[in-house]
Design a protein around this ligand. Structure first.
Ligand code: MG
Length: 260
């Protein structure tokens, strides 16, 4: 079921959006060569407790999960791109890190992801990250009243294809509200002018993610972490947005914080 939110409800979602934005900006600033993925999870957990927020991940147990996730943040490194379960690993120079983070505050969920490199970056990794960020910006730009889900999907795919990346549509954007995942599904490829019509009050998490040289994923032995089938690296950018008559509002925008 697709739910539309009133302007007052959208305002009520802002604290969750702001907290997710601040947390990702903080972690991006703090995480460096040598940081352990378990320490990132502990730090995120501390911030959640201090804010009185509720993790969307720790008890998350969908049909494809081997067991509840058990952590509060996804840490996907190098050839891992989505749902990375934090484990005992200290980041190495040049690692490409994707952090995906969702919480609820006052019963409203916000969901966002950021990718970055620790230490000395490889040019191809910066290009991959830049493409996901530009694809996200294009997706947000297409999220206007009167457009359709397919317009968002098409906008994402155009950016990816122009940069030579292929697209996997198994995992993509989704509605957000009281729960982390709701309708509609927003694939990262689609036909313009098709799909669910975008209306004021629709809240979406838009999340382009691409792999350098494949569109095939494999699941780790941990039952969660999704890696590229060919070992190439992946990047992921995600924001939660509200569609309004005045244009999209990026609820998890980090830009205003001035620290990202
Ligand atoms: Mg997410």
């Amino acid at each position: 079921m697709i739910e539309l939110r009133t302007p007052a409800e959208i305002d009520a979602m802002r604290p969750a959006g702001r907290f997710v934005a601040e947390t990702l900006a903080t972690l991006r600033d703090e995480v460096t060569v040598g940081t352990n993925l378990l320490a990132i999870d502990r730090r995120a957990h501390d911030l959640i407790r201090k804010a009185g927020a509720t993790s969307c991940y720790i008890d998350y147990h969908p049909s494809f999960g081997a067991m509840p996730f058990g952590k509060v943040i996804c840490t996907s490194v190098n050839d891992a791109v989505l749902h990375g379960l934090p484990f005992d690993y200290a980041l190495r120079d040049g690692d490409l890190v994707s952090l995906d983070f969702a919480v609820s505050i006052d019963g409203w969920v916000a969901d966002s992801a950021v990718s970055f490199v620790v230490g000395t970056p490889r040019d191809e990794d910066l290009t991959l990250i830049d493409t996901t960020e530009r694809a996200l910006a294009a997706a947000i730009g297409a999220a206007t009243v009167g457009a359709r889900v397919g317009d968002i999907s098409h906008a994402v795919a155009q950016v990816a294809r122009a940069d030579g990346y292929s697209i996997n549509t198994d995992f993509g954007g989704h509605g957000v509200g009281r729960e982390m995942h709701g309708d509609p599904h927003v694939p990262n490829d689609g036909k313009p002018g098709r799909g669910f019509p975008l209306r004021a009050g629709l809240i979406l998490a838009l999340e382009p993610w691409f792999l350098a040289t494949t569109d095939k994923l494999i699941t780790d032995a941990d039952g969660w972490t999704l890696r590229s089938a060919d070992g190439s690296r992946g990047a992921h950018s995600e924001h939660t947005i509200a569609i309004t008559d005045e244009g999209p509002i990026v609820l998890t925008d980090r830009a205003f914080l001035g620290i990202d």
